[in-house]
Design a protein around this ligand. Structure first.
Ligand code: NAP
Length: 243
């Protein structure tokens, strides 16, 4: 029976590339998105054209009710959720004191509550199956902190805490929980940076380039596979050596 992966924020960027790579490996792909309806539809069509299986699910992960409904629909369609990739995220570049409470609630809702809600709803299904893999997408800023991205850094640091704590709670139930902390990855999320700023980020990356969605997806695939059976509670930096 084919395995199913639920990828949040899969309409664009890293989530989209994870969808393509996991589909090539034979997974059913549950593509969650929030606003990019046509991107999600096109991704689904492309996966199906290439012989894969995919379905799209609109849901704002910052809403507990929408996440509960999302997981119910995915389980109904595919009968199992083997892998959850908590990838949906938004960034914010602002001086710390300029961030309003509303903006904090929004970024916290998507980046942190979204991951917690998805784990909350998916774990009971994984427990019934006696196994599962959860892959949380944090950020190098969650490990190091970034000026003018304090709120984003806080949410991403919390994702690391979520990973470590959950991994301890569920390892004996056969659920491995790991985290990828990407460096600078060439997606829409970097579109706020001008060419000079991007070049500075590349200069700080010993590998000498921005990362790609494929760099992240390949590690996610490893964490979803039997090759990583004894890996849990780990934070894996995929950052080209960024300092
Ligand atoms: P991206 O290209 O901007 O894509 C973000 C994705 O998240 C989109 O598919 C978007 O869907 C989805 N999303 C946003 N809000 C959502 C919500 N409320 N509910 C459901 N989905 C939502 O960003 P990315 O670079 O691929 O980032 C993916 C993850 O990697 C994020 O968690 C990010 O923090 C992390 N990361 C990225 C970098 C980087 O340099 N790019 C570095 C470190 C970590 P819609 O368009 O449909 O709304």
């Amino acid at each position: 029976m084919k395995k199913t992966v639920l990828i949040t924020g899969a309409s664009r960027g890293i989530g989209k590339i994870c969808s393509i790579i996991f589909a090539q490996k034979g997974y059913n792909i549950a593509i969650n998105y929030n606003t990019s309806d046509s991107d999600a539809n096109k991704l689904k069509d492309d996966i199906i054209l290439n012989g894969g299986t995919a379905e799209i699910y609109q849901a704002d992960v910052s809403s507990y009710q929408q996440v509960a409904d999302l997981v119910k629909r995915v389980y109904h369609d595919f009968g199992r959720i083997d892998v959850l990739i908590n990838n949906a995220g938004i960034s914010m570049h602002k001086v710390f004191t300029d961030v309003t409470c509303k903006e904090w609630e929004k970024i916290c809702g998507v980046n942190l509550s979204g991951a917690i809600y998805c784990c909350r709803e998916v774990i009971p299904h994984m427990l019934r199956h006696g196994k599962g893999r959860i892959i949380n997408i944090s950020s190098i800023w969650g490990e190091r902190g970034a000026s003018c991205e304090t709120h984003y850094s806080v949410t991403k640091a919390a994702i690391i805490g979520l990973t470590k704590a959950l991994s301890k709670e569920y390892a004996s139930a056969g659920i491995n929980v790991n985290c990828i902390a990407p460096g600078c990855i060439d997606t829409d999320m970097l579109s706020e940076f001008d060419e000079d700023e991007l070049n500075k980020l590349i200069e700080r990356t010993p590998c000498g380039r921005l990362g790609t969605g494929f760099d992240i997806a390949k590690v996610a695939l490893f964490l979803a596979s039997h090759e990583s059976d004894f890996v849990t509670g780990q934070i894996i930096g995929v950052n080209g050596g960024f300092e």
